[in-house]
Design a protein around this ligand. Sequence first.
Ligand SMILES: [Ca+2]
Ligand SMILES: [Ca+2]
Length: 167
Amino acid sequence: MSSVTLAWEAAYARGYKVQVSANGTQWTDAYSTTTGDGGTDQVTVGRSARYVRMQGVTPATQWGYSLWEFEIYGTATTSTGPTFYADANYAGAAATLAPGSYDLAQLQAAGIANDTISSIRVPAGYSVTAYADAGFAGTAWTFTADAPNLVSTGNNDAISSLRISTL
Ligand SMILES: [Ca+2]
Ligand SMILES: [Ca+2]
């Protein structure tokens, strides 16, 4: 998303943050202020995310926080590829990857540590082949649907390289 616009009611925030997330559980500050003055705020975000929220920090009045509108601007990229999570049930560190081949170094560059993947979201039309070893070697597993807990499929904390293709 490129920016968000917040239109405050009388109960505006003096201090607030705009936060983004890839998985809905871990949030990163994209913007923070302690000098909000209500009215309409246009905030530059300039990063991709699956989720966005306003986190109130300091209310300006005794009535909490109230927004007329929370508008999000940017280009939607709803199905760029599967998302890999370090914890089960789509939690923990996460990365969404486009089709391609990802050896261990590429996974690490994307924020996925070796032998940590514990759940995978696979959008319709994608196929993931994951390998126990780097270099696309060792035992291979194929995923064409969401896998909320790799413990149940015997490959938790084992994946060291993977390939993503479209069906
Ligand atoms: Ca894990
Ligand atoms: Ca491994």
